[in-house]
Design a protein around this ligand. Structure first.
Ligand code: GLN
Length: 204
């Protein structure tokens, strides 16, 4: 089996944690900081961090348009937390003028869980991931407020004040886009990244 080259958006966020997780399951990983770094990658990971800063830096480094074009042209991508926001077509509670890469027909609400539960952990049933629940770490996380036709819900919060909220989805024209409100890169469980690598391999 060929080793897919995965680019990790590396201008802001928990880049190292994604790189470590991806390398641990056999991917070749390159940092994406400039438009030319996109050439030759088979998949793109957008880390957790701060989407407003990611947006500003991506625009300042002339990376936003090239990333938009690549994702619109079918490049598989996975975003965790701020990365989910970056892949969403529509944001609620963004800052003025905040734009995204887009491609995923969802509405996300930034910092949706509110103050009392703005960081928490939960075990989630995750469709397409075998081997039991996924332990999810949420840090000032968004949730998915609405999904378009063709977007598949992979996980929801169960119980508590956010019961039923959608926190993992798969979409895009060919189901090549994956997004989670939480951070699998922080828990040492690589099953969500493995799902993404399977999605990348399906396409290449
Ligand atoms: N609240 C952050 C944002 O809006 C996301 C937080 C995270 O990635 N842990 O971008």
């Amino acid at each position: 089996m060929t080793t897919p080259v995965i680019g990790v958006f590396a201008l802001q966020g928990d880049v190292r944690e994604h790189v470590r997780t991806l390398e641990g399951i056999g991917a070749d990983v390159v940092p994406v900081r400039r438009p030319e770094d996109i050439d030759g990658i088979a998949g793109l990971v957008l880390p957790g961090g701060e989407s407003t800063t990611m947006y500003k830096l991506a625009a300042a480094f002339d990376l936003l348009e090239p990333l938009r074009k690549a994702v619109a042209a079918g490049l598989p991508a996975y975003g965790s937390c701020a990365g989910m926001i970056m892949l969403a077509d529509t944001i609620q509670d963004g800052i003025d003028g905040q734009h995204t890469i887009g491609g995923l027909d969802i509405v996300v609400r930034r910092n949706a869980f509110g103050r009392q539960v703005d960081s928490f952990e939960a075990d989630l049933d995750f469709a397409e991931v075998d081997g039991g629940p996924v332990h999810a770490v949420f840090i000032r996380a968004p949730w998915v407020e609405d999904i378009g036709a063709g977007v598949q819900v992979l996980a929801r919060v169960e119980g508590g004040p956010a019961d039923g909220r959608v926190v993992a989805v798969r979409g895009g024209a060919d189901g090549q886009l994956l997004a989670t409100s939480f951070h699998p890169e922080l828990t040492g469980d690589a099953r969500v990244h493995e799902l993404f690598l399977r999605m990348v391999r399906e396409r290449s």
